[in-house]
Design a protein around this ligand. Structure first.
Ligand code: SF4
Length: 485
């Protein structure tokens, strides 16, 4: 759902999958590393809007500043000026585990057994946090928050190795789930990625210095260029002598989250040697081949349906139009709408260009449908604007399984496609017709055949085993969750 990710907007029920987190790290002693990190986080803002933080390392001391809010709200000029150092890491957060708020904002800082401080920021979600937490608590290690990030930091800090890279090498095999993390300590910035490579992480070059980020859009904004993606199970460290790689665990089934391609990552970011914009255009083309329809106009559901709608229009020969105008300041207000405004729902974010679409047969292209609440409002709004037909085309397969790897979606029994046929979903939404991109079509459009991606929320095939108690507790929770329309 391109328009209803929640992006910090208050007062409307959260609808689509929410972004996880974004991380950045840089080693550049002669540069203003806090300012560079600020702008990198600014570019990664789409990956998390609940909190932001920067840790700078200065002559062995680490200073962390973090707070709830958008990057531009958390950091003022005087704060950035006070964050001096040779290296920095940063984080934007969307909570996937743990409660929200300051206590779970990142980076987290711990004191190592060597006495040196260590700061860590993490994107992903561990599935064996409880087991690791029990292990730490049995050894008298105190934990101050409910986040799995603190557990990883505590494991690294408690490790007796003098060189933190040895600690990372020994801790990674104990972690289960999705993790792409950056660490700053002791003259180096380290990035590491889980053996399945579920969350992205890429190394970049800035002059003769180096940086690490969730996405390449963080490099563009500071004038850096990508070097290469950090591989599944690989550690990369950057220091005075440049960059270095070490394969810590054998890479397992390469399983980059397919939703990075469908929706999460910015369209101008490059993953697997292609921009997400191009990949999404191909998804739209594929969708037009699989599910053609007679219509007058193709419109996107802004913003994330745009590329797929362009591809659909190009392939089908049906003209592309705007159709819906998005309030570009959505997500920038903390003022709650009152009840009468809340009832307007989707109109807080989108408004139809009625004169352009009245009487027309529309193809409305969106990237995904989760609960369907906003989509049904959208369809209703288009018909109210005088549209003759609304053919929904979705550039991902139906979502029917929960994510355990750090994507905050609805519970399983809240998914509109759970235990419903496509026809039933279309009817529920009130659309003239509905079609999803097939899983095979998605993988074909991404250009990777059947390999290289996690597609578990469509297929139920989880690349990294999810412990039964985690699965079952979520299912129990899912069963008790109230379905809302
Ligand atoms: S289950 Fe879905 S959202 Fe989660 S990592 Fe896999 S593809 Fe991404």
């Amino acid at each position: 759902m391109g328009s209803d990710r929640g992006r910090g907007m208050t007062g409307t029920r959260r609808e689509g999958p929410r972004d996880e987190c974004g991380v950045f790290g840089i080693y550049a002693p002669e540069r203003d590393v806090a300012r560079l990190t600020f702008f990198a986080l600014f570019a990664l803002q789409h990956r998390g809007q609940e909190s932001a933080g920067i840790a700078v390392s200065d002559e062995g001391q680490i200073l962390v500043f973090k707070d709830v809010g958008l990057v531009s709200q958390v950091f003022r000029e005087d704060v950035l000026r006070s964050l001096t150092g040779q290296m920095a890491i940063g984080h934007v957060r969307y909570s996937t585990t743990g409660s929200t708020g300051w206590a779970n904002a990142q980076p987290v800082i711990r004191s190592r057994t060597t006495g040196d401080p260590l700061a860590l920021a993490h994107n992903g979600n561990l599935v064996n946090t409880d087991e690791l937490r029990r292990h730490l608590e049995a050894r008298g290690v105190a934990l101050g928050s409910s986040s799995d990030t603190e557990v990883i930091a505590a494991l690294l800090a408690a490790h007796p190795a003098r060189d933190v890279k040895e600690a990372v090498s020994e801790v990674i095999p104990r972690l289960r789930g999705a993790f792409s993390a950056v660490v700053v300590t002791d003259g180096q910035v380290i990035g590491f990625r889980d053996p399945y490579g579920i969350r992205p992480l890429v190394l970049g070059r800035l002059g003769d210095r180096y940086c690490i980020a969730s996405e390449t859009c963080a490099f563009d904004i500071i004038g850096a260029t990508p070097v290469r993606e950090i591989l599944p199970g690989e550690m990369c460290w950057i220091d005075e002598s440049g960059y270095h790689f070490r394969q810590v665990t054998p890479p397992l089934r390469d399983s980059l989250c397919a939703f990075e391609f469908i929706y999460f990552a910015r369209p101008d970011s490059v993953m697997r040697a292609q921009t997400l914009h191009d990949a999404r255009c191909r998804m739209g083309r594929q969708l037009a081949q699989e599910s053609p329809v007679e219509a007058d106009l193709v419109i996107p559901v802004p913003d994330t349906g745009v590329a797929a709608a362009i591809g659909f229009a190009e392939e089908s020969g049906i003209p592309f139009g705007t159709g819906l105008v998005k309030n570009r300041y959505v997500g920038r207000t903390f003022i709650e709408p009152d009840d009468s405004l809340r009832r307007l729902g989707i109109r807080m974010k989108l408004n139809p260009l009625a004169a352009d679409i009245r009487g027309k047969r529309l193809v409305a292209v969106d990237d995904s449908i989760v609960r369907g609440n906003t989509t049904s409002q959208l369809v209703n709004m288009l018909f109210s604007a005088g549209v003759a037909e609304v053919h929904l085309r979705v550039s991902s397969p139906p979502i029917i399984y929960p994510c355990f790897y750090g994507i905050d979606m609805a519970n399983q029994d809240e998914f509109i496609a759970f235990e419903r046929t496509v026809e039933q979903v279309g009817e529920w939404l009130g659309a003239t017709s509905l079609a999803y991109l097939s899983l095979e079509g998605l993988l074909k459009a991404i250009g990777m055949g059947g390999d290289g991606f996690c597609t578990a929320c469509f297929s139920g095939s989880y690349p990294c085993a999810v412990p039964e108690e985690v699965r079952m507790s979520k299912l129990r929770f899912e069963r008790s969750a109230e379905r809302t329309r």
